[in-house]
Design a protein around this ligand. Sequence first.
Ligand code: PEP
Ligand code: MN
Length: 349
Amino acid sequence: MIVTMERLATEEQIQSVVANVAETGNNTELIRGVERTVIGVVGDNINEDLRSGLEALPGVEAVVRITRSYKLGSREFRPTDTVVNVKGVKIGGSNDPVVMAGPCSVESEEQLMATANAVKAAGATVLRGGAFKPRTTPYSFRGLKEEGLKLLRAASDETGLPVITELMSEKDVELVAKYSDILQIGTRNAQNFMLLDAVGELNTPVLLKRGMANSYDDWLNAAEYILAGGNRNVILCERGIRSFETYTRNTLDIAAIPVIHRLSHLPVVADPSHGTGRWHLVIPMSVAAVAAGADGLLIEVHPNPDHAMSDGPQSVTFENFGKLMEGVRSVTGIGVANRTPLRAQPLPA
Ligand code: PEP
Ligand code: MN
């Protein structure tokens, strides 16, 4: 439920709404805008009596129930964009798209450091790398695990780039959170509700990939688990969905970006590497994603893709990563003074 206060509502009137809601066992979240304060109400005891009671309080302009199954993540609940701050790198809102780049898997110190330095030089501001790898067959390389996490941390300390890496299991939450600045929940775990609950208890930013067969509703409800646990630092990632097409590994749903911006206040990034499975599609799809308003990109980069231990066919070389950054800049104006980033503006539902 959303309580919109009058423009000139006093602090006392706002606090009276908060106290009235607390008496019913529900929770409030204050969203203080420039013009007015909006109070989000969530809980198990939301009913018509509460709605009409709040509407009668002084200073209250309107009280509207959110009919969607997800609440905290909805644009109705929070009309302004959420900006997730990762050690000073801001993702979402009117900030330039944030490019997170690095190898699919951390393979060695040499491979990771070379990649980290190359992507940083080209303009990436977050380093990616997998240490726990979800692989279709158990006989493929499954990651260096804690050793990989340590290499990521060292690369981060050396370059100053915050790190994102995948968390696959509830039992590793503490371990991965110790080394990583963003926890990535992969497509295969996108509806692992116990894992979502577990990261909901942290404050560490979480990048939630779209399940490969998830509708927008499924995906936003999955994000709701994390938000409802108290962790509001959620970034959504479109990484392609399964379709009948076999040329590409997945079908990157570019429309998901403006759709999610309309339905939700959470930042949305795109992963054209997994979204296409082919390196030569990664540049055009990156440019398309930022043109559609993506708040960031997640890109697989490898010093020698032909020898990568995972996802070589979709990994771009350092040289092509440089070209990708040029393409992104040409759309968004990253690093170019006095240009407004192209970004889908939130529209009323
Ligand atoms: C990855 O980012 O390396 C990965 C395994 O992604 P996804 O969960 O999208 O397949
Ligand atoms: Mn990969």
